[in-house]
Design a protein around this ligand. Structure first.
Ligand code: ADP
Ligand code: ASP
Ligand code: MG
Length: 461
């Protein structure tokens, strides 16, 4: 049993979907397919919500028209029959009703936001299901809301693992007694009242990982539009190289610190169940891609540079910290109270600096912190993370890193928190320059074989 997830670009049009069908035909084992919305559809849904918030009904309607026409065209190009056209009409009508209700209500509730955001995957998974069935694949479709059970934290719902595993056991597994393939949409789930929820942008990877864990799959494949995980984002670093093998720790840190190719939560379900993860290119299916497992030969290296702009640094200064216990916990209680997660923390005798990327509740956080400390805030900052087992295993990496960045102002440094991650905070304006310098220093000049090498178990023994 394997789980294969195909992202938005991989299913962007009929040609791409036919390519996915060809990939599926090559498979020898039972497969669960998790698909994203067709490329850009979720962005349109998100813009539709923005138009609704501004009560710009004509803009909202034009997004609905675009979404309707795009699905219709893809279905026509796939030669699908009338039932799919009825389905598209029904879904479009439902979306229009939600728009109408929001117009009357004068607001868009978090619940209706998730309901709107779910249409991309609900439409794509059903259309692709019909295309695969017509292509002769023995396949069944399941609505993801039936199996992915979450809390009610709309837009960033947490998966309730036990209920989800049970639902997959009950509703998904039996489908394999009559079919080789089961398809579902990523990104969406439902809460205990049956309301539709979503797992956060890019969440289809996470859906696939959760399903792989629940089915105890032999492998999880993330099919996307690049040759695997690269040494940095190829859109910025044009000579980025493809990495053949990463450890779970390295992949988890890379995803968490900004490499969009994997949703940050993807790795954990796989690690817990020791499921190997493969990142592969739908447009170059014979290329081996990146394998993520528990061991790696090249453990003396930095393997990738990840980054995340839009970071806020909060500096907390107080003499009361000196020799006092409980100070840090007071600080973190404030962040917990305002449901804001902290990414990096550094402390000195009288100062704590920490970073957040969600500054929605920043004014409230600052007002609470001001009650017991002096606060200063730096906005428009970026985290850059050098990632690799080499950080834990090799002396001198940090001095090389600071040496190469000597012309750039570094506001914060965090080494050793995860052992495979060395993160720094710089001004957003310096971010690209710093990434290029680091990539050149640590990765660009390495012989290909160091990174492109396939790793086998005997290599590590
Ligand atoms: P999908 O729609 O298949 O989920 P995404 O757009 O979410 O695809 O992720 C793939 C993209 O991630 C790539 O096109 C690439 O631009 C970007 N990316 C960022 N960092 C990396 C990296 N280190 N390696 C590979 N791709 C990366
Ligand atoms: N369609 C969703 C998004 O664009 C989820 C995903 O593609 O993973 O964010
Ligand atoms: Mg993605």
């Amino acid at each position: 049993m394997q789980v294969m997830k195909f992202g938005g670009t991989s299913v962007q049009d009929a040609t791409a979907i036919n390519r996915v069908i060809e990939i599926l035909r090559q498979q020898q084992t039972q497969s669960t397919i998790v698909v994203s919305a067709f490329a850009t559809i979720t962005n349109h849904l998100s813009e539709l919500i923005e138009s609704l918030k501004q009560q710009n009904i004509s803009a909202a309607e034009s997004h609905i028209n675009y979404i309707h026409n795009r699905h219709l065209t893809i279905s026509q190009d796939l030669n699908l029959e009338s039932e799919i056209f009825c389905f598209i009409e029904e879904m479009t009508e439902e979306l229009k009703q939600i728009v109408l209700a929001s117009k009357i209500l004068g607001e868009v509730t978090p619940r209706s936001i998730d309901s709107i955001m779910s249409y991309g995957e609900r439409l794509s998974s059903y259309i692709i299901y019909h295309a695969m069935k017509n292509a002769g694949i023995s396949i069944s479709h399941i609505d993801a809301r039936q199996i992915i059970k979450t809390d009610s934290n709309y837009s960033e719902a947490e998966v309730r693992i036990t209920d989800t595993t049970q639902a997959i056991e009950q509703f998904c597994k039996p489908l394999f007694s009559n079919h080789d393939v089961v398809i579902t949409g990523g990104f969406i789930g439902s809460d205990s009242s049956g309301n539709t929820t979503t797992l956060g942008r890019g969440g289809s990877d996470y859906s696939a990982a959760i399903i792989a864990a629940a089915l105890n799959a032999d492998r999880l494949e993330i099919w996307t539009d690049v040759d695997g995980i690269m040494t940095s984002d190829p859109r910025i670093i044009h000579d980025a190289k493809q990495i053949l093998c990463l450890t779970y720790d390295e992949a988890a840190e890379l995803a968490y610190f900004g490499a969009k190719v994997l949703h940050p939560k993807t790795i954990y379900p796989a690690v817990e169940n020791q499921i190997p993860v493969f990142v592969k290119n739908t447009f170059n299916p014979d290329f081996p891609g990146t394998k993520i497992i528990n061991f790696s030969k090249n453990n003396k290296m930095i393997k990738a540079i990840a980054f995340r702009p839009g970071i806020t640094v909060i500096n907390i200064n107080s003499n009361r910290m000196l020799g006092a216990y409980g100070f840090l916990s007071n600080v973190f209680n404030v962040f917990e109270k305002h449901k804001t997660s902290v990414d990096l923390v550094t402390t000195s005798e009288v100062n704590i600096s920490l970073t957040v990327d969600d500054d929605k509740n920043l004014p409230l956080i600052i007002s609470d912190l001001n009650k017991f400390a002096k606060i200063s805030v730096q906005k428009e900052m970026a985290i850059i993370s050098a990632i690799g087992e080499g950080i834990r295993n090799t002396a001198g990496i940090s001095s090389r890193l600071f040496g190469v960045l000597k012309g750039i102002n570094i506001s914060m440094v965090s080494i050793g928190a995860s052992e495979v991650n060395l993160s720094i905070i710089v001004n957003e304006n310096d971010m690209i320059e710093a990434i290029r310098l680091l990539h050149n220093e640590f990765l660009a000049s390495l012989p290909h074989s160091e990174i492109f090498r396939e790793i086998t178990k005997t290599d590590t023994e």
